[in-house]
Design a protein around this ligand. Structure first.
Ligand SMILES: C[S@@+](CC[C@H](N)C(=O)[O-])C[C@H]1O[C@@H](n2cnc3c(N)ncnc32)[C@H](O)[C@@H]1O
Length: 254
């Protein structure tokens, strides 16, 4: 009984964040607003990032494949809630004063992101470009959520090398990937991604994965300490969040 009421109040608490982060999308069109609300409500990764304080205050964040800029909107609106004293007890530090740069391939998503983030009044910068060729600015945290599987494995590796180069000595990569070893969940997420990509008019199709152990080995070879956390609660997927911190003296071992 106590647990059920705790769960209810946690869900209500999270809805405040969902409402605040999706509100700026109203002016960016019906689809943009509904998509923002649905994604923030259903996808456990956003609450996890905030609740565990994985984006530290005052940091420079690079969000690669940022879509319509949901993470930037969430960080901006969460900081505003924190300033009003509405930061939930027991959560990690609030992400106040973070500066977000997003990189996104699809011009329509870039437009939606810029419209929403402009309405929110954040200083986020959204660059329209391909992660394979767009320069990465220096960053304290790089976030890549469900994006690398759109490009081939050698290209993924090239992006990861450049991510490591743009992170400082205390930097952190937050990378969500599908575990290709968990065949059923991985196929489910590839199908859903392909359908969503089609509906959103994207010309890229997700196709390339690798088993979790291979992701971790690759990141370790680049000098990261890696922790993994299942991150698809409430969905049929096999997604995992990799929290990869630059290891002390962590040079590229490739
Ligand atoms: C599944 S969506 C995830 C969006 C966002 N990371 C999120 O979690 O809300 C994948 C995004 O990656 C973008 N993308 C795919 N290939 C890309 C590339 N080569 N360069 C930049 N963005 C890319 C897609 O356009 C799409 O917006």
């Amino acid at each position: 009984m106590l647990n059920a009421s705790k769960g209810k109040s946690a869900r209500r608490e999270w809805l405040t964040f969902v409402d605040a982060a999706s509100e700026p999308y109203r002016g960016a069109g019906h689809f943009a607003w509904h998509f923002a609300r649905g994604k923030l409500r259903m996808d456990p990764v956003f609450r996890h990032l905030l609740g565990h304080g994985l984006i530290r205050p005052g940091t420079r964040v690079l969000d690669i494949g940022c879509g319509q800029g949901l993470l930037a909107s969430l960080l901006g609106s969460a900081a505003a809630l924190a300033r009003e004293g509405r930061w939930p007890q027991g959560w990690g530090e609030a992400p106040v004063d973070v500066r977000v740069t997003g990189i996104e391939l699809m011009p329509r998503d870039v437009q939606r992101a810029r419209a929403a983030l402009g309405a929110l009044g954040t200083k986020a910068q959204i660059v329209c470009g391909d992660m394979r060729s767009t320069a990465f600015p220096s960053a304290d945290a790089v976030v890549i959520l469900d994006v690398l599987h759109y490009i081939g494995v050698p290209e993924q590796d090239a992006v990861l090398v450049r991510v490591r180069e743009c992170l400082g000595d205390a930097g952190r990569l937050l990378l969500r990937v599908g575990d290709a070893a968990a065949t059923r969940g991985f196929c489910a997420s590839q199908w859903v991604d392909a359908i969503v990509s089609f509906v959103r008019g994207h010309r890229v199709v997700p196709a390339y994965g690798r088993p979790l152990s291979a992701w971790i080995a690759r990141l370790e070879s680049l000098g990261f300490d890696v922790q993994s956390e299942p991150m698809s609660e409430g969905t049929p997927f096999a997604n995992v969040l990799l929290v990869a911190s630059v290891a002390p003296g962590g040079a590229d071992k490739t």
